[in-house]
Design a protein around this ligand. Structure first.
Ligand code: PBG
Length: 324
């Protein structure tokens, strides 16, 4: 059949019909909300490059986590902003570090909320790179030990999932081995498997106070020009024991999400990163677009591409829209 007897507009005529033929839907279950935790009490300071997002002291992080749970968001992911930074990021694997204490406080207050921790060194190192430095570059193998120590302290504090975001080779295996040795064989690993060296992380580095003090991250994060390499990264992470694989950023890499999901069929996460959030806010603020529409369209596109989970700063706002 063809036009004029065939008319695809027939099923777009009103909202009820559109609801009936809708192929993808969002629910608050899809979201993971990132939280930035810092020292202090009663602190909720807005991040200037991320309107509506805050650096939170632990007591405030608990309140926000509770709000997320009440809105139906099942998980948060924690990023730490320590008072003390050094060459090897030792506050990252301090059993009483900021993230470790935040995990304990949040799990204590809202036991059912899934608490994920970002496992990386860049928030804790004085130079802002994702590992220990040797000869001006990140030393892969020395960093694996630090990451494994960090993951163990997160699990010991009660983290439900650990999420390595450093892009060192072999980190998933190193973390899996270390967790299993310490009796944390039931803690899943969500691997930032295909993490690109992206300009869209700019606002996050403000938020986490983690810009590299020299150079950039292109010797460990992926080249935005590459797609086949992402499949290799994912394949390796799965072989090393990843339970969930992540693509990051999301919107400029929807093709990568789609091919990873169809090729491997594993639970797949996508990180709708800080720059993707802030550009929508900027458009809304300038009167160049409707923030709510841009937000919901971005999120459904990530789901449509194949993501089962979306890490997004929009989690609370979008859950409010979805809950009516
Ligand atoms: C840490 C990390 C980064 C992000 C998540 N984990 C920053 C980076 O790699 O520079 C970025 C998240 C965002 O932009 O929202 N390695």
């Amino acid at each position: 059949m063809e036009f004029p007897s065939l008319r695809l507009r027939r099923l777009r005529r009103n909202d009820t019909l559109r609801r009936m033929v809708r192929e993808n839907v969002l629910t608050p279950d899809d979201f993971i909300y990132p939280l930035f935790v810092r020292e202090g009490k009663g602190i909720k300071s807005e991040i200037s490059s991320m309107p509506g997002q805050y650096q939170l002291s632990i007591d405030e992080a608990v309140k926000t986590a509770r709000e997320a749970w009440k809105l139906g968001v099942p998980a948060v992911i924690l990023f730490g902003i320590p008072d003390h930074k050094d060459e090897i990021g030792s506050s990252g694997f301090d059993p009483d570090g900021i993230v470790q204490r935040a995990v304990r406080a949040i799990k204590d207050a809202i036991p059912e909320l899934c608490v994920i921790t970002d496992v990386c060194m860049c928030e804790y190192t004085s130079h802002g790179h994702c590992g220990a430095i040797k000869d001006g570059d990140v030393d892969n193998d020395a960093t694996l030990e630090l990451l494994a120590k960090e993951a163990i302290t997160h699990a010991a504090s009660g983290a439900d999932i650990v999420a390595p975001s450093d892009m060192m080779d072999g980190r998933v295996a190193a973390i899996r081995d270390a967790l299993d040795d310490e009796g944390f064989e039931n803690i899943p690993i969500m691997a930032y498997a295909a993490k690109y060296a992206s300009s869209f992380y700019g606002p996050f580095r403000d938020a986490a106070e983690s810009p590299p003090s020299f150079g950039d991250r292109r010797s460990y994060q992926m080249d935005p020009a590459n797609a086949l390499e992402a499949l290799r990264e994912v394949e390796l992470d799965i072989a090393e024991g990843a339970d969930i694989v992540m693509v990051k950023p999301a919107l400029p890499y929807l093709d990568i999400i789609s091919s990873i999901k169809s090729q491997f069929g594993l639970p797949t996460a996508a990180y709708n990163v800080s720059g993707e959030y802030s550009m929508i806010h900027a458009m809304d603020r300038l009167g160049w677009g409707d923030g709510k529409g841009l937000m919901m369209e971005s999120l459904i596109s990530i789901k449509r591409a194949g993501a089962d989970m979306i890490l997004t700063y929009f989690a609370l706002d979008a859950a409010k829209v979805l809950n009516g």
